[in-house]
Design a binder for this molecule. Structure first.
Ligand code: SF4
Length: 220
């Protein structure tokens, strides 16, 4: 049961010092709500790439207040680092891997240094590339836990309905998975939820998530 597992992680201390990493995206409210039921003061790491939709920033504030979360940490690359590496905010047009490294991976990796465990909202149903994920994985010396790994779309929808959770405003516009504004489009009926991420590219993950122990990169 995800609630029991969340209790073990964030209230029982069973897996050491732990943080939840959330994008405050289309389905993030489920895991954040579960967290609020076990420990509202637990750390939540929100990586703000400074390329996000305004709707995501607004939704982050709304969910934080609605769920009473008291330790949401907004993490970004240092402004000097951005100035040196992507002064015009156009790196994503030429090299999405470098851009994700700069704006997501590096700030998150720095923030995770002090934790033994991090918790992710990944689910197997989201895409073919996530079909094999496990609830417990090892990731760069840390335990990575995905409590909702085996939840289906129907499970997610039922939880939203049961707890009357607020929806990300872009969901109503066809966005099933929501990342940075320049790299996210709506999806059509029948597509993977993540088909709108880096559309027309081989890239499927930002690199925050690993598969089979390897960082996910585009095919050569
Ligand atoms: S998703 Fe796009 S804009 Fe966001 S960090 Fe990655 S490449 Fe850059």
């Amino acid at each position: 049961m995800p609630l029991d597992l969340m209790h073990d992680v964030f209230s029982g201390g069973k897996y050491g010092k732990a943080a939840l990493v959330s994008s405050f995206g289309a389905e993030s409210a489920v895991l954040l709500h579960l967290l609020s039921r076990v420990n509202k003061a637990a750390p939540v790491l929100f990586v703000d790439t400074q390329m996000l939709f305004q709707e995501t920033l607004d939704y982050q504030l709304h969910l934080t207040e609605t769920f009473g979360l008291t330790n949401v940490q907004r993490i970004s690359a240092e402004s000097e680092t951005l100035r040196r590496n992507d002064v015009f905010g156009r790196l994503h047009l030429s090299d999405t891997d470098k851009c994700c490294d700069l704006r997501k991976l590096a700030p998150l990796n720095t923030a995770l240094q002090e934790y033994d465990t991090w918790v992710s909202g990944r689910k197997r149903h989201q895409s073919m590339s996530r079909a094999q994920i496990e609830v417990f994985e090892q990731d760069a010396g840390r335990t990575k836990i995905s409590p909702l790994a085996d939840w289906s779309r129907d499970d997610i929808a039922a939880y939203f309905s049961e707890h009357d959770l607020p929806r990300h405003p872009l969901v109503a516009k066809g966005f099933a998975s929501i990342g940075c504004a320049p790299c996210t489009t709506a999806v059509k009926a029948g597509e993977d939820a993540r088909a709108g991420r880096w559309r027309n590219s081989e890239k499927t993950e930002c690199g925050i998530h690993f598969e089979n122990g390897k960082i996910v990169r585009p095919a050569a």
